[in-house]
Design a protein around this ligand. Structure first.
Ligand code: PLP
Length: 394
């Protein structure tokens, strides 16, 4: 016998992957240029030049055995120190190598962190819309997910609903800003309000509530918007960072966890992170890419194309008559579907060769996600199809 739960997770890929596979098949059938594939958040811009230069230099100059060898379980100490000093430089926040654990991207950062803190009976709050895999990671760590919807349209935190959702069992809240799929960025004021609420609730229940801040899109912001560094505002914070999007390296699987040194019993929490990484087999993140990010941390690919695409998609769809969120970050546009059943709407969109992900996957039915990390040309070419789709509902 094998566990039904795991078998089902393997059998039923999430609908983003399913749509991505459908897109590949459809492009083979009718030609790449005839499918408007907005399904997946795969960066469409190259890594900064320094990434390849550093890789080549490392391959030529570093001792090859060391370069390909194991590091410490938590990652190379010099790499972790370099990241810590960069955090100090960029955000004015003091941390060190003993609070940083190198991982295979945000997915493993999240899974390790949840496993490190969840005890039987604990609840984890997810703010809808949320990245679909959160439920998989949190439930597999043994938590019960409590969903709190953000305000429709603005996708701002609904502080009243959030307050009602926090119980003595609440162990963590996962936040993701800039957000996938809404593109919304939480302001300093939002973070202050959230921190005050959580501090009050911790006191009321004599509990510890962690903010797990999932930050793969931290650097992908437009129009001068800034993304507050959560540990500056709230002590019990665990950062789950990834270089997948900032450096356009999603296939290389590299990121880190930073347990705030200000968290209660921070050393124990960090031990638990190390233990969780060990138990899950997530040790020694890819060595070459650890060394690489030590040199490229804080850099960002040239995101001007994303910004162009963002404005183009936002303006074109709103002009046709669609209602969309107003994204300041990431590379997604969240669109209100033209019928309440977003799955049915996305199926209908397929008839116009437009591939969109239903909001149901993000805990937010009635909306759907368009990934604009595509070519600008494809967005231009897709506009008449969006118009026809819109007119089909008139
Ligand atoms: N969190 C969010 C919000 C994401 O959008 C993604 C990937 O798209 C991940 C986590 C996983 O990222 P990684 O490739 O770093 O594992």
């Amino acid at each position: 016998m094998i566990p039904e739960k795991m078998m089902m997770l393997g059998k039923k890929s999430n609908s983003i992957r399913a749509l991505f596979e459908y897109g590949k098949k459809r492009k083979a059938e009718i030609g790449e240029e005839n499918v408007y594939d907005f399904s997946i958040g795969n960066p469409s811009i190259p890594a900064p030049a320094k990434v390849n230069e550093t890789l080549i230099r490392m391959l030529n100059e570093k001792d090859s055995v060391a370069l390909h060898g194991y590091t410490s379980n938590a990652g190379d100490t010099a790499v972790r120190s370099a990241i810590a000093s960069n955090i100090k430089k960029r955000f004015g926040f003091d941390t060190d190598a003993n609070h940083i654990y190198m991982t295979c991207g945000a997915a493993s950062s999240l899974r390790i962190s949840l496993n490190a803190i969840i005890m039987p009976g604990d609840e984890v709050i997810l703010l809808a819309p949320y990245f679909a895999e959160y439920t998989v990671f949190a439930e597999d760590a043994g938590a019960t997910c409590v969903i709190v919807s953000c305000t429709e349209g603005s996708f701002a935190l609904d502080m009243k609903k959030l307050e009602e959702a926090i119980t003595p069992k609440t162990k963590a809240i996962i936040i993701n800003s800039p957000n996938n799929p809404s593109g919304v960025v939480l302001s300093e004021n939002d973070i202050r309000q959230l921190s005050e609420l959580l501090m009050r609730k911790q006191q009321e229940y004599s509990s510890d509530i962690f903010i797990i801040s999932d930050e793969p899109y931290r650097e992908l912001v437009y129009g001068g918007v800034s993304v507050p560094y959560i540990p500056c505002f709230y002590d019990n914070t665990i950062i789950c960072y990834s270089y997948s999007k900032s450096l356009s390296l999603p296939g290389e699987r590299i990121g880190y966890i930073m347990v705030s040194p200000r968290a209660k019993d921070d050393a124990d929490v960090f031990f638990a992170v190390c233990g969780s990484g060990r138990a899950l087999g997530y040790i020694c993140a890819p060595s070459i890419f650890q060394y690489l990010v030590a040199e490229c941390d804080g850099m960002t690919s040239d995101i001007s194309v994303y910004d162009t695409n963002r404005k183009l998609a936002y303006d074109a769809l709103n002009e046709i008559g669609y209602t969309t969120a107003s994204p300041d970050g990431a590379f997604y546009l969240f669109i209100k579907t033209l019928e309440a059943d977003s799955m049915a709407f996305c199926e209908k969109a397929k008839g116009y060769e437009i591939l969109l992900v239903p909001g149901d996957d993000f805990g937010y039915p009635g909306w759907c996600r368009l990934s604009y990390c595509v070519t600008t040309d494809m967005i231009h070419r897709s506009i008449p199809a969006f118009k026809k789709l819109y007119d089909s509902y008139r």
